[in-house]
Design a protein around this ligand. Structure first.
Ligand code: GN1
Ligand code: MG
Length: 368
């Protein structure tokens, strides 16, 4: 990264976009491990507020392609909501173009910025997700996938190729072990053994994918539950964080949503006795999700939904540990063993799912 990259003046950035109203103040929104996000308040209540994001260019190298995907997806969903006259979830993210009519602004320090109209929402506390919210979240993800099942214009760009490809993730993991750059392999010995022991079982989805048994669809690929926005009445509004929207299996989205929703603890909780699997939330989310997607899903997709929660937990755990071994170059960390602790937390969640897998499958059966 260029040393100037951390100097920016959000007021001058927002003025590069076609906004209505005048800048009042900016608040940093510290969610997510990847981009930097700011809420921009305008002076007049009649003008919308905005969200600007500095895109992490180390991860998203082709910003044109990234923004093209997001533009196509947001436009298509907005058109659907209008034609279907949806009243409940009636608006979607709206990109604001730059004054040069581009989908992003490239500043003189090399930073890439994009701007959305702010969608007013209530900040959700992960500790108080109610069954009704889980159901709503399932509906929103289901609609997202169902709406995009007829996206015109061909395949989206593969923004991060092999993003949820476990074969690739395992090969990165083995490379990190081999390089052992920070001599951390020893500390993570037990976790490394566990990943190896479970690899064959987890590669099952890759295998059936290669056999052509899983349709490649437009998927979100980062459906952690805090990427779903809610209003003050706990109605889900929409799903945000569209950087990784590309081609994938529906299993990735369902699994990642469950991984984050059904964990009774935060992703980096170090007291592992707090990590349990919340069945009620899983049940409600599955019900909402299948209500929307049953008409589009194949038998094989449905058959692997419960398993996908285990798979995504395994994949994210593997990525946290790989990053720990590589010296924390990918995920933002707050302390030295943060990524190791995240990996341990996720492995505990996976064990909780193992114990109750029969019940997880039954719940999918009930709604399909
Ligand atoms: C990253 O930045 P955030 O929190 O939306 C990551 C996801 C991981 C997640 C784990 C582009 O997402 O894949 O599941 O952290 N996003 C990217 O918390 O790598
Ligand atoms: Mg993200």
């Amino acid at each position: 990264m260029n040393k100037h990259q951390n100097y920016f003046d959000v007021k001058s950035i927002i003025n590069q976009f076609e906004i209505s109203g005048d800048f009042c103040r900016a608040e940093s929104i510290s969610v997510g491990h990847i981009n930097d996000t700011f809420l921009i308040k305008t002076k007049d209540d009649n003008d919308p507020d905005y969200v600007i994001q500095r895109i992490n260019h180390n991860i998203f190298k082709d910003v044109d392609k990234l923004m093209d995907n997001i533009y196509r997806v947001t436009t298509h969903i907005t058109n659907k909501l209008t034609t279907l006259k949806e009243t409940h979830h009636n608006r979607y993210l709206e990109l604001v173009k730059s004054k040069n009519q581009e989908l992003y602004y490239h500043d003189k320090f090399g930073n890439y910025w994009r701007c959305y109209v702010y969608c007013p929402n209530k900040t959700v506390d992960f500790n108080v997700i109610t069954p009704a919210m889980a159901f709503e979240g399932g509906v929103v993800l289901g609609k997202f996938q169902a709406f995009l099942s007829d996206l015109p214009g061909g395949r989206l760009h593969d923004i991060i190729p092999d993003f949820h490809n476990l074969e690739k993730r395992l090969s990165d993991f083995n490379m990190a072990i081999k390089n052992n750059l920070l001599k951390r392999v020893k500390i993570a010995k037990a976790e490394i053994d566990f990943f190896n022991y479970r690899a064959m079982e987890m590669l099952k989805v890759n295998e059936i994918g290669k056999q052509g048994l899983l349709p490649v669809r437009v998927t979100h690929n980062d459906t952690k539950f805090n990427n779903i926005l809610f209003d003050e009445n706990a109605n889900a509004l929409c799903i945000i964080d569209l950087d990784t929207v590309m081609n994938g299996y529906v299993l990735f989205d369902f699994g990642d949503a469950i991984r984050t929703l059904a964990n009774t603890a935060a992703e980096d909780e170090t007291n592992l006795s707090r990590v349990k699997f919340n069945f009620e939330l899983y049940d409600c989310f599955s019900k909402g999700y299948l209500k929307e997607t049953l008409p589009i899903l194949t038998k094989t997709e449905i058959e692997y939904l419960a398993f996908s929660a285990k798979l995504m937990t395994y994949i994210i755990a593997l990525r946290f540990l790989t990053d720990f071994l590589n010296g924390d170059v990918y995920f933002k960390i707050n302390y030295k063993t943060h990524n190791l602790n995240r990996a341990r937390n996720q492995l505990e969640l996976l064990k909780q799912m193992d114990k109750n897998f029969g019940r997880m499958s039954e719940i999918i059966g009930k709604y399909s």
